[in-house]
Design a protein around this ligand. Structure first.
Ligand code: BMA
Length: 330
């Protein structure tokens, strides 16, 4: 029994024990990929997607790229977190103001439960027909009706991930502004009303070998007795192209812009065929976790090669020990 995760028990968490002989602190599901690339006939691929516990099972918002190559968000439901029924129709957002742009293209969703409400943050094309992405935001209570709020920031921004509770009385989000000369550091922002955002603070810059080009927050941070456990992706530019891996940091509970521990090695890098070969090769991109506060089990959903969804597992106490044993912050 572990009391390290501060949160709910999740006895039905999808889970596979560490395979015999494996010494890694995070290990893959031997059945990977758990979601294949064609969830329905019009789909080209499903990856970089977010799930949460919902009713007696799980619900999710999935990045589905269609055979037109249009990037859309689709709802899915599952009894066990592994076998998913993904809707063939994209989410039709209900705009909370007429002035909010019609949805055109959206990708890489994160879903965060705050109180009784679920919030979806995603990379949203700001103006229809343009290529100016920023963080789109919507909420749902039932995974049927999704109410779209104002975009959170100006372009260019991606990888918006909300904290699961208010910090200092405000909603809080990590995001990754970028431009050509500054491809990406993680920042923290707060909002009293999910409309106006401020108190922007720098959290971290690319700082290891495997993440030196750019980084971005991954799943909703997990509250633990040691701080907020954040998985993040990092990109290494290589001779052939880019390599997306993921690692972890622990952020201060009260001041989450302070990095307390920073694990130097990556946790998962593209070493399996389904991570190395696909529409975009060499990509492991986490967007969601499930966790059981009772056992400390964590299940990580990650997109593989921009094509399929894969799953990895870890145990919180072992992971925190590993992060501290390999801490870049001395
Ligand atoms: C990023 C995003 C992700 C994608 C990754 C690798 O810029 O577009 O959706 O997984 O590139 O292609």
């Amino acid at each position: 029994m572990s009391k390290t995760i501060i949160g709910d028990a999740l006895p039905n968490i999808p889970w596979k024990a560490r395979p015999e002989g494996c010494t890694d602190v995070v290990w893959r599901d031997p059945e990977n990929p758990i979601i294949g690339r064609f969830p329905f006939p019009a789909a080209n691929s499903v990856f970089n997607s977010a799930v949460v516990p919902f009713k007696d099972g799980f619900a999710g918002v999935f990045r589905v790229d269609l055979k037109t190559r249009k990037q859309e968000l689709h709802v899915g439901f599952s009894k066990d977190g592994i076998n998913w029924d993904i809707s063939e129709k994209r989410i039709e957002f209900i705009k909370t103001k007429d002035e909010i742009d019609d949805f055109s293209v959206g990708y890489d969703p994160r879903v965060t439960k705050i109180g009784d409400r679920y919030y979806v943050a995603w990379c949203n094309m700001f103006a229809v027909g343009s290529n100016t992405c920023t963080i789109g935001l919507a909420y749902t209570d039932d995974f049927e009706n999704f109410y779209q709020l104002e975009n959170c920031f100006l372009p260019y921004n991606r990888n918006g991930t909300m904290f699961p509770e208010k910090i200092n009385g405000n909603f809080a989000m990590l995001s990754r502004p970028f431009n050509d000369s500054e491809p990406g550091c993680i920042f923290y922002s707060e909002s009293p009303d999910l409309n106006f955002w401020g108190n922007h603070r720098h959290v971290m810059s690319p700082s290891t070998y495997w993440d030196w080009l750019k980084i971005g927050a991954g799943p909703t941070p997990i509250k633990t007795t040691e701080g907020w456990l954040l998985f993040y992706h990092g990109v290494q530019k290589t001779c052939s192209d880019a390599c997306y891996s993921f690692g972890a940091v622990i952020l201060d509970l009260e001041k989450p812009w302070i990095v307390k521990h920073h694990c130097e090695p990556y946790l998962i890098a593209p070493t399996e065929l389904y991570e190395q070969v696909g529409d975009v090769s060499m990509v492991c991109f986490p967007c969601a976790t499930l966790q059981d506060a009772e056992t400390g089990r964590i299940s990580i959903y990650y997109g593989a090669a921009d094509t399929v969804v894969a799953m990895a597992y870890t145990q919180v106490d072992e992971l925190i020990k590993y992060i501290k044993d390999n801490d870049m912050i001395k």
